[in-house]
Design a binder for this molecule. Structure first.
Ligand code: AMP
Length: 397
């Protein structure tokens, strides 16, 4: 997969449409509470500005309707974006039509324009060709830096490619280089760590990775479905009985393919699902009826560390326990430390999808990972090996 990036085109004097993912969280007064998604697009925007482009930013916030609810207006982003870019950001009260066209036409090299919420128009998610054409007409070239929406084929990241060339921004390039290229051609030993709540959310990821990895570590709530499938008592632990057969199938497939599966050998169990619950550690096959497993135990962490020793590629999705409660975050921390160590020793490590990024953040080891993916659902679908319409629309080199 060799995609064109902003470095492969001349942007001097050009109007550049940039699809960004600014679907940031807000508090009840509509103040931005986490600007990570905005900050991570700054290298792309600054590069374009420094190279003489006029930058037209397009994004969505939330799930608005065509009633154009003001709480989803991109106007809420203008002040903070101006501060981040250290320059005035102009704003158009629509993303297509007269006001957008005039604002884009008047925009000069070195200037930034933010368009109103793309999803105020149903046509965006419908990937309506006429709407895509209108977006494309604002610019000479398009840049996609919104990896978080790449698993969807919408007008602004997919349909638009019919009318104007689309190239990758730096953030998109990083996601493609790490996740796409790693899955295509990983260095071995390749270890996948799959945790989180449910097996059913991760079936696609497990299926795809079983064909590529040498070792798969299965932890978190989903491990209990495997434990139950093996006939161990699981007490009140989270399990999915309709996935027992699937769990047995995964173990069989792994054996056939020579993939080592590492499951918990001991568990931290609690007398209720609560941060202040009483807790103790027991062997995996000794969970009493009234208790539930909320974390992996110390012996399991040792197994995880051993499995990661010498790894050259590590993909981690999903926490090893209920990391939100401090007493049940130790298994996740142990894995984070082991992944950080493997990275220090030369492995490529990728963390992403679902709650993984929040779990990693809590361990304070985010900076020690090669690539922390910015997508939630998008990362998961990329790991599943699904075709990503947003990535597909980017021009090949
Ligand atoms: P996911 O988004 O699929 O990665 O799942 C993350 C969620 O799984 C987190 O909110 C964890 O609290 C939860 N989780 C992890 N381990 C367990 C467990 N043993 N029992 C219940 N929930 C768990």
């Amino acid at each position: 997969m060799n995609k064109k990036t902003i470095k492969d085109i001349d942007v001097k004097g050009k109007k550049v449409f940039v699809r960004v993912d600014y679907n940031v969280p807000f508090d009840e007064n509509r103040n931005i509470t986490n600007d990570t998604r905005m900050v991570r697009t700054l290298p792309t925007i600054n590069y374009l500005l420094d190279n003489g482009a006029a930058v037209i930013l397009a994004c969505h916030i939330g799930r608005p309707t065509e009633a154009k609810e003001p709480e989803f207006s991109t106007k809420l982003l203008v002040k903070h974006l101006s501060e981040l870019l250290k320059k005035d950001v102009k704003w158009a009260d629509d993303c297509v039509g007269e006001s957008a066209e005039k604002a884009a036409k008047d925009l000069k090299p070195g200037e930034v324009l933010l368009l109103e919420n793309l999803r105020y128009h149903k046509a965006e998610k419908k990937n309506d060709p006429e709407f895509a054409k209108q977006l494309a007409s604002l610019a000479d070239v398009a840049v996609d830096d919104a990896f978080g929406v790449s698993h969807r084929g919408h007008a602004s990241n997919s349909g638009i490619a019919q009318y104007v060339e689309v190239v990758a921004g730096f953030l998109m390039e990083k996601e493609i280089n790490y996740i796409g290229k790693t899955l295509e051609n990983p260095q071995h030993p390749f270890v996948a760590i799959i945790g989180g709540a449910k097996v059913s959310d991760k079936i696609g990821v497990i299926e795809n990775l079983l064909n590529k990895v040498d070792t798969i570590i299965i932890g978190g709530g989903m491990a209990h479905t495997f434990d139950a499938a093996k006939g161990y008592p699981v007490g009140k632990s989270l399990v999915e009985p309709d996935k027992y057969d699937y769990a047995r199938e995964v173990l069989k497939k792994a054996e056939e393919k020579g993939v080592k599966v590492v499951l918990p050998v001991d568990l931290v169990i609690a007398d209720k699902f609560d941060k202040d619950a009483n807790f103790k550690t027991v062997p995996v096959n000794q969970v009493p009826d009234d208790w539930e497993a909320l974390d992996s135990g110390v012996e399991t962490s040792k197994e995880y560390v051993k499995a990661l020793d010498g790894a050259k590629t590590v993909i981690w999705n999903g926490p090893m326990g209920v990391f939100e409660f401090d007493n049940f975050a130790k298994g996740t921390l142990a894995v984070a430390k082991a992944v950080a160590k493997a990275t220090e020793e030369g492995a490529i490590s990728i963390v992403g999808g679902g709650d993984s990024v929040a779990a990693l953040k809590k361990t304070g080891l985010t900076d020690k990972i090669s690539h922390v993916s910015t997508g939630g659902g998008a990362t998961l679908e990329y790991l599943e090996g699904k075709e990503m319409p947003g990535v597909k629309a980017i021009a090949d080199k």
